[in-house]
Design a protein around this ligand. Structure first.
Ligand SMILES: [Zn+2]
Length: 223
């Protein structure tokens, strides 16, 4: 019988600690955070505006290509960041209960439509000696999300990173997200939620452990 220990993130405090870490991670001598070619994006956005029948030189659109370029640099910053580095600052702890962080909010970009999908990730793992700070899990979600993505791959990538870097006995990742490519276009189903999960180690091989972690994840009034 595995005893379980749950951490829930308070979203506002998580954001605060993430911001603080981001400041600390990059000092003045660091290379530019985003090697995204913004001039190239600007040219492309101008092209798209013209292609849909707009006048890119209209006053309201003059700054749009530059704005979109800065936005994409931000939304795809994860392409130039290695999520593993955040898991390598683990500490050794004789702690053999499940660690669970629920409701890590994220937004990502669907690679099929270049439209955002957003939601929450729940990450649970059963450590085998290596434990990371809770905010590092949120950081990993952030880095993996800020890339052209599909939700299924995002879920598996996070699970595999935890297995590989923490050598955890079990990893469970569940992601719930709303895809704007399903809500504003195509079949237009607002309110639909896409749920994906990736189970590794004991959570994959032992049905009882798996149902235990799923109960932990959903064991509360669920919006
Ligand atoms: Zn899509």
């Amino acid at each position: 019988m595995v005893r379980l220990f749950t951490f829930m993130t308070d979203d506002s405090s998580m954001r605060g600690s993430l911001a603080a870490e981001a400041d600390g991670d990059h000092d003045a001598t660091s290379p530019p955070r985003s090697p995204v070619d913004q001039e190239r994006i600007k040219r492309a956005v101008r092209e798209i505006l013209a292609a849909v029948g707009e006048d890119p030189d209209r006053e309201g659109l003059l700054e749009t290509p530059a704005r979109v370029a800065r936005m994409y640099a931000e939304l795809f910053a994860g392409l130039h960041d290695d999520p593993r580095q955040h898991l390598r600052k683990f500490f050794t702890e004789k702690y053999d209960e499940v660690v669970l962080v629920r409701d890590i909010s994220f937004n990502s970009m669907c690679e099929h439509h270049m439209l955002p999908f957003m939601g929450v990730a729940h990450i649970g793992y059963l450590p085998a000696g290596r434990v990371v700070g809770l905010s590092k899990l949120a950081r990993v979600v952030e880095v993996v999300a800020r890339r052209p993505q599909v939700q299924e791959r995002m879920t598996e990538t996070i699970a595999d990173l935890l297995v590989e870097e923490l050598d955890a006995k079990g990893v469970a990742v569940v992601i719930e997200a709303s895809h704007s490519c399903m809500t504003i276009r195509g079949i237009r189903k607002p309110g639909s939620l896409c749920v994906t999960s990736a189970m590794r180690g004991i959570f994959r091989s032992h049905l009882s452990s798996r149902s235990e972690i799923m109960t932990l994840i959903y064991g509360r009034p669920h919006a």
